[in-house]
Write a protein that binds this ligand. Sequence first.
Ligand SMILES: *Cc1c(COP(=O)(O)O)cnc(C)c1O
Length: 376
Amino acid sequence: MKFVDLNAQFRGIEDDIRESIERVLQHGQFVMGPEVFELERELADYCGVAHAVTAASGTDALLLALLARGVGPGDAVIVPPFTFVASAEVVRLAGATPVFADVDADTFNLDPARLAEAAQRVRAAGQLNLRGVMAVDLFGLPADYDAIGAVAAQHGMFVLADAAQSFGGAVDGAHGKVRTGALGDISATSFFPAKPLGCYGDGGALFTDDADIAAAAKSIREHGMGAHRYEHARIGITGRLDTIQAAVLRCKLKILDRELIARRRLAARYTRALDGIVDTPRTPPGYASAWAQYTVKTRRDRRDAIRARLQTAGIPTAVYYPIPLHRQPAYAQTNAPPLPVAEALSQQVFSLPIHPYLDAAQQTQVIEAIKTAVCD
Ligand SMILES: *Cc1c(COP(=O)(O)O)cnc(C)c1O
């Protein structure tokens, strides 16, 4: 059994993928070819935003967003500590300081109350210029953007959504369903192969309704290009999405909704079967996760033994994330207040196979193996 089965996906769309890549091979515009712009239009339409700007990776998309907002030395951006390293890494790369605020034990996402405390603390200390908050949609579940947005508004912060894991997720708002990409002031996603919408290498995109931010991001991803290619209006990076990856993504976007249905069905069945055996993930009312991961919790002193039993039974699992960011050598901060929820989660969680091509028999095998491993 595979944790993520990209081969199974490829078998279903092989002809479309081969034709799409072949077109790129024929026209030869490997950098910023027509597929890149077609994809950007399709992504913006899918998310319901005015602008999608593709990038070389999800990390670059986040960095483009921060640089486009003018984040730099002396600035603070509040980030949850229970996430992939890239969320804090880009803040450092921009020259700013990541300030950690703890997450909610049930949703795994930034806790708005802890965000408010962290914002107060930064302002009271008076050393850093509080610029923004990065809300991460961990495991595919959108963060609480209503509450986070309210805190952000009080403190004049922008909201950058790290939607690397949640492309295809949504929240029911006052005006209907809002997809990730349209949540927050700027949103960034990743097309790393194992993400809900993945390419065959690295890729990412940012989304915004703000035309100035989109224009700045487009400039920064091409070395800060100004009025023409050899005028450089600002400092930039080589941050473009390859045309071949755009061609792949256009094929995969067509099947995304079907795949999301499969992920949701698998998640619902896991929850029905495993509730009470392990702590199953909660989805608040009105929220739709993209189910990048199905992550359960156990007692901390049992987690590793349960995983070892599952491995023996041929069931692959993973721990996202075993070390919270404030415990990482590169991100440790002196005088930082404790972050108990992130600490506990890093010892309690593990994720089960949930890719769209996992069949019912395989899922039954996972469920039975967990029951055995937990009850032993
Ligand atoms: C994957 C991921 C990223 C970075 O995406 P890359 O495309 O790998 O650079 C950022 N944040 C989170 C939460 C992620 O899961």
